[in-house]
Design a binder for this molecule. Structure first.
Ligand code: SAM
Length: 229
């Protein structure tokens, strides 16, 4: 029986990794990485010499078959993404599905939990997060209006991911749709969580947009948003 570990890695600060995660990625036969160059920085930092292989959303069937073959030959593998938890807006689910379908009697799938930008943002939002909705990235072309309407109409807080190139565009679209609907929005925009330039913007969507416009728009963003009562 082989083991396929799904290992969460830091979303910025390299200290945010569990002892168990470090032990597992040191002990496995191979680490599957979304981008081997990104994971190398983590491995070098902790002086881990485990071999790596790239596995990402565009990996060909041949690569998947190779990975399944390794597992059938009792190799223990770890899957990591560039940052955070594999499978959360990141590669992993397709491969796990294949393993469950084809090798469930031969492979044990083990999660090694840790950081994720969504839980990190939820934890500091100050919103009641007993129930919340995670919507990943907004679509970049079609169905954007529908996506934002769904957020505005949600009775629970919503969290979504956004790139620095589109953060203001998305916030402005949300603002305009909410104004048209007569709904006030409270937002928490988290930039560069756990990193040197970590910034948290709280307030009404109008106020947060003004503050972000004044700053340099760089880095990674997560948005938590809810209707103001
Ligand atoms: N699997 C990852 C996780 O568990 O958080 C998410 C991967 S997704 C491809 C990358 C997006 O997550 C970024 O574009 C950004 O929206 C968000 N993100 C990741 N790290 C972040 C950070 N340190 N600060 C803010 N947002 C971050």
């Amino acid at each position: 029986m082989s083991t396929f570990y799904i290992v969460a890695t830091p979303i910025g600060n390299l200290e945010d990794i569990s002892k168990r995660a470090l032990r597992i990625i040191s002990e496995v036969d191979l680490i599957l990485c979304e981008d081997t160059r990104v994971t190398k920085k983590l491995l070098d930092h902790y002086e881990i010499k485990t071999p790596t292989l790239s596995y990402h959303q565009h990996s060909k069937l041949r690569k998947i078959e190779y990975i399944l073959d390794l597992l059938q030959h009792n190799k223990n593998l770890a899957l990591v993404s560039d940052a955070g938890t594999p499978g959360i807006s990141d590669p992993g689910n397709k491969l796990i599905k294949r393993i469950i379908e084809l090798l469930s009697n031969q492979v044990k799938i083990v999660p090694i939990p840790g950081p994720s930008a969504v839980t990190c943002a939820a934890s500091i939002s100050g919103f009641s997060m007993d129930k919340f909705i995670f919507m990943g990235f907004p679509p970049t072309k079609k169905k954007r209006k529908k996506f934002f309407e769904e957020i505005i109409n949600s009775k629970y807080p919503v969290i979504f991911y956004e790139s620095p190139y589109r953060i203001l565009k998305s916030l402005n679209e949300l603002k305009n749709i909410s104004l048209a609907l007569g709904i006030e929005l409270q937002v928490v925009v988290c930039r560069e969580l756990t990193k040197k330039f970590e910034t948290i913007y709280h307030g009404t969507i109008e106020a947060v947009i003004k503050r972000i416009e004044k700053d340099e728009i760089r880095g990674e963003f997560v948005v938590a948003i809810k209707r103001k009562r």
